[in-house]
Design a protein. Structure first.
Length: 370
């Protein structure tokens, strides 16, 4: 599977087609296969970072290894991400050339295997078998301080910015010989603009986001202007035609603290605000948690002014324990308990707009419930 450095940079579509074909060929004895792995919510940021960073690493001068971008969901779930599907169409990417969760190696040991994490720094419970192979991290979330035997300090980049794509793009900008193409710039610019509401969300947008976005806009040109970015933002929250289980899965992350495993679904208000009090919605969440064998299921809705934070537990005895615990977490004063549904094991809180999943989850400290 010998790989030669390309002098004229390929388009993103061509790169993905080539890498898809390379995957099928046998390895050379001195080659490593790197899976550039986005997080399990597989939002636009995670997808763009996986593809973009694989593109960067694959096309480095004198590279001899193979870098495979992985969208960390089942292939069938891409249909739930309308913004990603729209960007894929804009960039003329063939969906058949994309790699998904099922393309990850299942073997627990392989000397040529490497994992490069983007947009997260801790593997989920079902992917922990990959921990011995993690060799680099680029992420904008709180450091979960996992020890990876192959990870060197210089290969771990964590910073608080609005989008992980900002960090991956900055990594590209920092390489003097790297050659940009308009479609690559559009691929990386899209999640920055979507995640920061066209750089207008003051709670998320940093100076580095603005600097990188300005640079990318000069290269992407008309391929991704503000109008297109706004259309992607609308597509992101478009839940038309989705069932409740599909909405729960659309932007979902799993977490484990001690032996407790839980999920947090992020749901746009136009899909959830009418359902906060709906019995069928609560029943669907309870069934989802049961099927996934989780201890807790959580939902954080989004809205222009406020959010709702919903907690469901399968253990009825844990409900009051959870309620008490929530009074002492960081930012507890910003959460208002508006309902305790003892019959169905739900707690429902009102939360401020700025309290995103990225901010809230590290504060929960669910392990203290043990």
């Amino acid at each position: 599977m010998t790989n030669h450095t390309v002098q004229n940079p390929p388009s993103i579509a061509t790169f993905l087609k080539n890498i898809f074909e390379l995957k099928k060929k046998p390895l050379d004895t001195d080659q490593e296969v790197h899976y550039v792995l986005g997080n399990e919510s597989a939002d636009l940021d995670s997808i763009s970072c996986a593809i973009g960073r694989a593109y960067l690493l694959q096309n480095r001068k004198n590279n001899k290894n193979i870098y495979l971008p992985i969208i960390n969901i089942p292939r069938e779930d891409l249909a739930l991400r309308k913004d990603a599907k729209q960007l894929i169409k804009i960039l003329q990417i063939s969906p058949e050339t994309l790699l998904f969760e099922e393309d990850l190696p299942q073997a627990h040991y392989n000397s040529s295997l490497r994992i490069d994490l983007v947009d997260h720094n801790a593997l989920t419970k079902r992917q922990k078998y990959l921990e011995p192979f993690v060799s680099s991290i680029v992420d904008h979330h709180v450091d979960e301080e996992i020890t990876y035997p192959l990870l060197l300090v210089k290969d771990k980049l964590l910073a608080t910015v609005g989008s992980a794509a900002t960090l991956v793009s900055y990594e590209m900008m920092d390489e003097s010989e790297f050659i940009w193409t308009p479609d690559l710039a559009a691929l990386m610019l899209a999640p920055i603009l979507v995640d920061t509401s066209n750089l207008k969300d003051k709670a998320k947008t940093t100076l580095k986001d603005k600097e990188v976005a300005a640079y990318l806009q000069t290269i992407a040109g008309d391929l991704l202007d503000l109008k297109t970015a706004t259309e992607l933002q609308k597509a992101k929250v478009d839940m038309s035609g989705f069932t409740i289980p599909m909405i729960l899965k659309k932007d979902l992350k799993y977490f484990q603290e001690a032996s407790l495993v839980y999920s947090i679904s992020s749901i746009p208000a136009n899909a959830a605000v009418d359902w906060v009090n709906a019995i069928d919605f609560r029943q669907e969440l309870a069934q989802f948690v049961h099927k996934q064998d989780l201890d807790l299921g959580m939902i954080l809705t989004t809205n222009e002014e406020e959010r709702h934070f919903i907690i469901y537990t399968q253990n009825a005895e844990r409900l009051s324990q959870l309620q008490e615990h929530m009074q002492y977490i960081k930012y507890a004063d910003s959460l208002e308990l508006i309902e305790k549904d003892q019959e169905n094991n739900f707690l429902i809180y009102k939360a401020p707009k700025w309290m995103s999943r990225k901010i809230l989850q590290p504060c929960l400290q669910i392990e203290k419930l043990m």
